[in-house]
Every structure is written in C-alpha cells, then in structure tokens.
Design a protein around this ligand. Structure first.
Ligand code: ASP
Length: 307
C-alpha cells in the first residue's frame, strides 16, 4: 500500500492513510482525504475560500481515475458545490461520460443531490477586490465587468500563492492504483479556463497494471505534453519510476512558446516505488508519503530538476 499527496493536500492525508490501512478501496480513501482539503478554509487553491477568477467567481475543477477499469470522472468550472471531487466521482459512477463542465456539471451536481456551498468567502472576495484595485486602470475600473477581460493584466502575485492544487495517488491492499485531483486552478484566471487537474492524461492518470502520475503547477504545460499519461506509458515501456518522470520532464522542457514555468510531477509504480520531481522550481517542493508501518504520513522533499 502507498499514498502520495502534494503538500497543499496534507490536511487530508491522515484520513486517507487511515482508510487505506483499513483496507478501504483506494479511490474512496483518497476522495475522502481530498474532501477535507476542499473544506479547509486555510487552503486558498482548493475548494472553499479559494482565490476566484477575474470576475470574482470561484470555478472549481476535479478529477478521479480508477486504475483497474480506467474509468474516469471529471468536472470543470463547477460553481456552487462543496466537494467537486465527489461530483467527479459521480461522473465516473453515474453517467456514461467522462467529463462535465460549467452549467452541465452544475445541473448534474444538482440532480445527484451534491452538497451545495457558497465557496466564495469574505476573505476570497476581499483578496479579489484587492487584486482588481491593483491591476485595473481607472478607465477599466469604471467599466468593470463590461470590458475586454483580455486587456486586464491578471497575473499579479497574490498574498499567498497564485496557484496550487491537491493531487493524491494510491496503491491499495488489492493492488488497485487510483488518482484524484481538486483545484480552483489559478487565482484571477480568465473565466472558463481549465487547467490540467480535470484533464485526464495531463494532470493525472492511473493504470493498475503500471502506476499513476499527477502533476501540479503549470497546467498549461502538462496539457500540451500529456504528462501524466506519458509517465504511465514510460512505465509500461519498462522505465523505472525515476526514469519515467525524468523523461516526462524532458518532454516538458522541449515545449516552445506559450506559458512556460514550473511543474511538479508525482508518480508511483505498481511495486510501490515513488518519485516526485519539481521541474525548474524556485523553492523547495514538499510532498506527503504514507506506507504501512508509518504511524502517520511523512513530509518529504522532492528532487529539484533544472533542465
Ligand atoms: N495545475 C493546476 C492548474 O493548472 C494549478 C496548480 O497545480 O498549481 O490549474
């Protein structure tokens, strides 16, 4: 058994580890862990109280994948529900589609009776307003929101971090490998922007025959390189988990133009090996590991790769 999660997701890892230790289905274990992160008001990049888009609306993304069946479920730009990761799971279990976005996702969440929530909080709206005050010219401010959003410089640095996500990978007692993600994407993003977290193959992928991978940070890059799927394919082709991650990192560095920045790649294989690499990261990248024998999940540091 094995659990890997990114540092932003640490508040849910104890619970996910307890579920895994109790021989719960690994996908259910990591969903329950992520739900704690989504409800955590101190994390501003996942679920409630995250930094909203440039219009002040919180649009949330999430995905799940069962590595036994390779069924997936994902939601994009979902508004008004507390647990996007649970809605993503219900896409997997309740409908013959793999991804639902926007109003369709909201309708689906309503029809399955998902828990509603006003995810925008006083704090997240205050930070959004502060951001607008910094980036809008007086003329733009007088017209907002009826202006060309393309002209708004929306990449300012927020008080915490502008983006992050939570990603979890698990290998359970029956050798099932699973992945799950949840995020608000980038603070102040253009409305409707999806990152890699709801895009299976980019931000996450799980196949119980080989392993799983999930990425954080610049989703614009992992979408273009198909990073999570690539790592699992490299495992299939016989590479070790380290070499699979290094190869996917090289694919990312071969991208040209577009928004190029940091990416963190988390990967596990079916034998319970794992590797986490921060590609071109400017600061230390931590992640969480739990394996049987550990009293509680441990915080480790990722290898930083500069390519
Ligand atoms: N990968 C996420 C996205 O692009 C953001 C992050 O992990 O920092 O939406």
């Amino acid at each position: 058994m094995l659990l890997i999660a990114n540092y932003e997701g640490r508040s849910g890892t104890q619970l996910a580890a307890e579920f895994l230790a109790k021989k719960t289905n690994g996908l259910r274990a990591i969903i329950e862990g992520i739900k704690l992160v989504e409800a955590n008001l101190d994390i501003h990049t996942v679920g409630m109280s995250s930094w909203p888009n440039i219009l002040g609306e919180l649009q949330l993304d999430a995905s799940v994948m069962d590595g036994n069946t390779r069924r997936t479920g994902a939601v994009g730009a979902l508004r008004g529900f507390k647990h996007p990761v649970e809605v993503a799971y219900r896409v997997l279990s309740d409908i013959h589609h793999e991804i639902l976005v926007g109003e369709g996702a909201e309708r689906f969440a309503h029809e399955i009776g998902a828990l509603r929530a006003k995810n925008e909080t006083e704090l997240s709206l205050k930070m959004w307003q502060k951001h607008l005050a910094e980036v809008l010219t007086p003329d733009q401010a007088s017209k907002f929101p009826n202006l060309r959003l393309l002209d708004v410089k929306s990449e300012a640095i927020d008080p915490e971090k502008m983006f992050d996500t939570t990603v979890y990978l698990s290998l359970d007692h029956e050798q099932r490998i699973s992945s799950a993600t949840s995020t608000s994407g980038w603070g102040w993003k253009y409305p409707g922007r999806l990152g890699d977290s709801p895009i299976i193959g980019a931000g996450s992928y799980a196949d119980s025959r080989y392993g799983a991978c999930a990425c954080t940070h610049t989703g614009e890059m992992t979408i273009r390189a198909g990073t999570a799927r690539s790592v699992v394919l490299y495992l299939k082709m016989g590479l070790s988990v380290e070499d699979a991650v290094y190869e996917a990192a090289r694919d990312l560095t071969a991208l040209e133009t577009g928004y190029l920045a940091e990416v963190t790649i988390h990967a596990i294989d079916k034998a319970g090996n794992y590797k986490v690499v921060g590609l071109n990261s400017s600061e230390e990248i931590k992640y969480v590991v739990w394996q049987p024998g550990m009293q509680s999940p441990e915080i480790h540091s990722a290898e930083i790769l500069r390519l």
